[in-house]
Write a protein that binds this ligand. Structure first.
Ligand code: 5AD
Ligand code: SF4
Length: 446
């Protein structure tokens, strides 16, 4: 019998990819995705714990599902992802209407847990093991014969190359929620990329918490392969028109990787390089293993290989002990690098992180003011940066049609709008001359 599945994904691209995998696995057990939670027989909340706000959003949605379950007792509710990993059994105590709690390394077992529930073996099921010897399953083989997922394959996909993180930044839950750093074998990754290209995928984004240290923590091939080498192998797969990756840690950014931006024509000229703070004192307390000077050197070297590369970053304001002088160093770094864009956040305490126990917490209001100041200046700089595109011709991959014409994305990761022909399909590459620059997007003509 066909059953209906609704997955709500919070957080990062890693979670998006995991949601896709769960959807494909469950397709083999007869589940088809639906657009509305209210139509579902099974609701999966794939959660994120990175900041307090993300976690609160999930708990309020989960709370609201209690009513739905009262009206629809057969409804199954599963909690996956980083909050599931972090909270485990406590989720059942707080939210007794949850049926399954499944951790970040256990999503493969979801069909089995559902089956056990149906057989009435237990009232609830939980699988939250984290093993440092975990092997990421070769899921392209696993899913090879599965019925097609909900949507026809699109034109771009994420490919997980590693999972977990060994850096232990003082503020971050990821080492607790995703476990030790584990790399996927090169052959699995390339096989997945080839399969995706055969299905019409044109853009690949290699995904990992810290892609720069790919292959360094556990053997992925008889001869160790660096991330730069993996990138070159992926770029060489026929049909990969665009290649991106995320996320990098500045401390591990090698010259070999930077050179790829010069050498690989299909590697998009965009680099997301989280800096977090501009003050060395704060970076040290964050346990980031680089200084502001090293960061600036890396940026300069990167630009020497690819002068037009678009840079984006992540910033945390109000880390414990951050003074006005520290914060002005972050503002100063923004002026120096002139990032094309950034994601900035107020620091929040997270469970089992070192900084949660640090003294000198910054006042919420001060954090809010600093965030506003940073974001206001970033907006101005983004606009100035976007104006640098005026008159230039850029390659755009079509994403879809909107009321005002066609929407696509440049290699630099800017949204580009242009008047275009109906026959343009998502994934097509066209050249667009930019004639208008807004804060968040560009406009141009074919
Ligand atoms: N508080 C605020 N922001 C955080 N981030 C990670 N942990 C925290 C925290 N405790 C931010 C970092 C990271 C991004 C994904 O989320 O900037 O790069
Ligand atoms: Fe959120 Fe980090 Fe987990 Fe991604 S890995 S879901 S960002 S906590």
């Amino acid at each position: 019998m066909t059953k209906h599945l609704f997955i709500k994904t919070f957080g990062c691209q890693m979670n998006e990819r995991d949601s896709e995998i769960m959807e494909q696995l469950l397709a083999q057990s007869g589940y088809i995705p639906v657009a509305e939670q209210i139509e579902a027989d099974l609701v999966i909340l794939n959660t994120c714990s990175i900041r307090a706000k993300a976690e609160q959003k999930f708990f309020s949605l989960l709370g609201s599902l209690r009513q739905q379950k009262k009206k629809q007792p057969g409804l199954r509710i599963a909690v996956a992802g980083c909050v599931a990993q972090q909270e485990g059994e406590r989720i059942f105590e707080r939210m007794p209407h949850v049926d399954i709690v499944i951790g970040t390394q256990q999503i493969w077992r979801l069909p089995e847990l559902l089956q056990r529930l149906e057989q009435g073996k237990n009232k609830r099921e939980i699988a939250c093991g984290l093993d440092k010897h975990f092997v990421i399953p070769p899921f392209q083989k696993l899913l090879h014969n599965s019925p097609p997922a909900s949507e026809p394959l699109e034109f771009r996909k994420f490919v997980t190359i590693m999972q977990g993180c060994d850096n232990y930044c003082a503020y971050c839950v990821v080492p607790n929620t995703r476990g030790r750093e584990i790399s996927r074998p090169v052959s699995d990754i390339l096989e997945e990329v080839e399969l995706l290209v055969q299905h019409g995928i044109k853009e690949i984004t290699l995904l990992g918490q810290n892609v720069n240290s790919y292959g360094s923590t556990n053997p992925v091939a008889e001869v160790p392969v660096s991330f730069a080498e993996l990138l070159k192998m992926t770029a060489a797969v026929p049909g990969v028109q665009r290649l991106r990756f995320t996320t990098s840690n500045p401390q591990d950014l090698s010259t070999e990787l930077m050179r790829c931006f010069h050498e690989l024509p299909n590697l998009c000229p965009h680099f997301h390089l989280p800096v977090q703070a501009g003050s060395n004192a704060v970076l040290k307390r964050m346990h980031r293993k680089y200084t502001r000077e090293l960061y600036l050197e890396k940026v300069a070297e990167l630009r020497s290989f690819c002068p037009d590369i678009a840079l984006s970053t992540d910033v945390i304001v109000g880390f414990p002990g951050e003074t006005e002088a520290d914060f002005s160093q972050t503002m100063n770094l923004l002026e120096t690098v002139r990032f094309h864009g950034s994601f900035s956040f107020k620091y929040s305490d997270r469970p089992n992180t070192r900084s949660a126990a640090f003294p000198d917490k910054v006042d919420e209001q001060v954090k809010g003011e600093r965030l506003e100041q940073f974001q206001a200046r970033q907006d101005e700089i983004s606009l100035e940066r976007n104006r640098e595109f005026l008159g230039k011709s850029v390659e755009v991959m079509v994403e879809g049609h909107s009321e005002s014409g066609v929407q696509g994305r440049s290699g630099s990761n800017h949204i580009v709008h242009f008047a275009g022909q109906e026959q343009l399909q998502p994934g097509d590459l066209v050249m667009v001359t930019i004639n208008h620059a807004g804060q968040h997007s560009l406009k141009g003509e074919l």
